[in-house]
Design a protein around this ligand. Sequence first.
Ligand code: NAP
Ligand code: FE
Length: 368
Amino acid sequence: MMTFSYFMPTEVMIGKGIVKQKAELFRGLGSKALIVTGRNSAKINGALNDILEALESVGVEAVVFDQVEENPSLETIEVAAHFGRTENVEFVIGIGGGSPLDAAKAIAVLIQNEALTARTLITTEKLEGLDVVAIPTTSGTGSETTQYAILTDHELHTKRNLGQRIFPKVSLLDPTYTMFMSNETTLATAVDALSHLVESYLSVKANLVSDLLVEGGLGLWGECIEALQNKVFTYEVREKLMLASTIAGMAIANTGTSLPHGMGYYLTYYKGVPHGYANGVLYKGYLNLFKDQTKIEKMAKVLGLQNKESLIQVIEGLVDIQVDVTEDEMQKWTMDMMQNEAKLANHPETVEYHQIEAVFRTLQRAKN
Ligand code: NAP
Ligand code: FE
């Protein structure tokens, strides 16, 4: 007997030139937009210009907040929301990788809830926010099809999910923008997308619909392995990676992510490791944790690979980094991770302290 639900209310449109083609939709969202971006990339890859032109063509005003840093902080959210409120904006457009998209979601909620601060936003009940349009320019986080917004809390020294349910109203996907990504960002974000597919598939919350999405996403991702290994990225490859990432978002919107995401946050926060690499570097240890390997072997096949070992080899080939961790750090993070009930609950088998520690320890072994 099956009991599950599936929910993903975002309208997703994909295609070359989609932003200008769909300009009309902005008119329905309000008369003034706050555009949220990172510091540079949206200006270079053409996305900001396309949006400004599209808005102008339908008579919608816009102001730009272009100060979102990687792994956006609560402080940034607050500054941007204050700006948006002062400017009386009626909706928010996020352009960028996961950092500006997540920031846009949080800002949209904070603008509408004046009595809150970015910190109390995390701890309060479910809130309504302004409408959000998401325009991804990396192919990794899937933020364009998830309700999550991951923010950095410098007081608590960690990254946290906002806890609100902020699905974008519309997501416009043009792979052209991702043509400008560096090889490092391309690889790190592709590994993030893969980790969403895998962690969704192996989650206790996996269901018929999320599995179908994951299998479709893995098929697309598998077709890009050679390109990722050779670092040759045609439009067709960029398009497949973007679709795989968006589909992965649809899957994790319903299943959440699992241990590598919980554990990888420490590597990003304390060691500055890009999010996708932070997950990927833990994958060998993670996949070897499972007593029941059935679904893992199936996954390797869907990717077009022989077995789990070849999957691990592919990931290790793409995640070519060294993370130095001390004994103390491993102990501290393992203890902390053992308190992360949400991530532990998504793992289908019981995990003990020494197992989590052993996964962190693979970082040391990788050195030799
Ligand atoms: P990111 O932090 O948004 O951006 C990484 C870098 O890539 C930045 O330097 C950015 O430059 C640059 N960049 C972005 N698009 C580019 C393009 N088209 N061409 C050239 N450079 C480009 O990276 P991300 O991996 O996409 O996002 C990571 C964040 O998302 C983390 O905070 C992570 O925790 C979060 N995340 C969220 C979800 C979710 O469901 N919401 C899931 C997984 C991860 P600029 O700064 O100049 O733009
Ligand atoms: Fe992720």
